[in-house]
Design a protein around this ligand. Sequence first.
Ligand code: NAG
Ligand code: NAG
Ligand code: NAG
Length: 458
Amino acid sequence: MSAQVTTRWAVMLLLPLALQAVNHFKDLNRLEDLELLGLVQKDTGVAEKHLLLGFSSSACEQSVRGLGFPSEYSVLGEHVETGEVMLDRNTELPGVYNISSCNEYVYVPRGGRTREDYDVIKAVDKLQLHNWLFTHLALTMEVINDLPFDVSIKWEDTGRSQAPQDLISIPRGRTSSINTFETHHLRFVSHQPGSEPRQFLRVRVDGSTNTLRLSDFLTEEANQQCLNPQDCGAKTVTTLPNVNNQHGSTDDVQLVEEDMNIWRGRDVENKGRVVRNEVQPKTKPRYTALGFKKTRIPDAVYQVLLNRYHSGEHILEPWPKSDCHTNFFEAPSTMVYLSDAEKADIFSGMMPNLSKWAGGVKLHPTSCYGIRIYHNGSWLREHVDTGDTHIISAIMNVDQDVEEDWLLTFIDHNDNRHFVTLEPGDALYYESASGLHGRPIPLKGKLFANAFVHFKVV
Ligand SMILES: *[C@@H]1O[C@H](CO)[C@@H](O)[C@H](O)[C@H]1NC(C)=O
Ligand SMILES: *[C@@H]1O[C@H](CO)[C@@H](O)[C@H](O)[C@H]1NC(C)=O
Ligand SMILES: *[C@@H]1O[C@H](CO)[C@@H](O)[C@H](O)[C@H]1NC(C)=O
């Protein structure tokens, strides 16, 4: 390592486009002297994101720690471990950037791998740096509104405290281009007929894609949320508390350890689900062309369900804490439990119709449960059901009190996502082990009561 160098540090920036600044390759030997190239490659192999590296003196480090980018760039600091210096995730970088104390910057574009991909710029001035960032953070995105309702988009700069700004509205089925910036958040507001607009999706622009197909993003976001226990209802943060801190009573520590265990359980459970969602649909036999059909519940079965529903007691449903494919932790579901006799009636009432729908296969009853009542705010990630027993299935809607349709999504055998509305008395026949299904948009309303029946093919 060069003797002139007292400090090495790196600021990771999320910049969208390939670098177009003037190249100064004469400086690159110096780069290698500093092992900075190795530093970048050690972390990522190739630069997975655009990087801005500054180095030289400790004064330079000081000034970069107080980076005074205009506020739209103030969330640029991402947690990046270089082995020597870390900047905290989402560090706000206030203060005045004293550019004169740094004498070199290295720009590494996303995907940068060889020396030729790197640029070293000497003593850029603040305006030039600002312009460079502005140019490279800006991007145009195509937004495909394939949802069954109109959406409007607001943008938000997390570095500022101002309210989200209106950007554009996109009618259902239409595609629009928007101009935006990496690091901004986009808020998607749904306009469903007869209902107040409401936000249902928030997306951070990270430059990884120039296309947003909204229905895909619904699921991606839900999966991400469930892989991040913090978004999934866990109360505490990643680190165990210091037992010597002011709250370090034994009780607190046990509470947090319990939460940590829930977290770990969810992590394992949910990674398993994501993998199953990817793999299982391709491995299961298919019995119908599309994998689903909306129809009515046979009268006799509907009567059984209604009788129970109107006479039964609502009981809080116990969900395992390690689960979060539904948000029971913030919108607990209740159950009006079916008796064994009622389940038998439902099995026998549904089996002939489901068998016929599935091409005349012989069915064997495996599971019948409900009546589950979902409440305001409930959502359910897209998932496939247990692969051995839940093959030919039906969802039966018994009752609902909603402000807008609570849309069920089903991904058919041709990989097209459908949005299905069920009214009381409606049933959805579906191949539950091979067709992803869920309700990723939260329920808006008082309740939605469903019963479920599953068969395997013998
Ligand atoms: C900026 O950096 C230079 C060189 O290190 C130093 O002389 C000057 O005092 C600094 N200015 C401010 C405002 O910190
Ligand atoms: C169920 O099957 C019976 C007997 O074939 C038929 O009469 C009835 O219409 C079917 N019901 C539904 C809802 O498909
Ligand atoms: C559902 O929750 C939302 C958000 O908290 C609230 O605005 C709405 O009034 C609730 N609706 C019902 C029917 O409780």
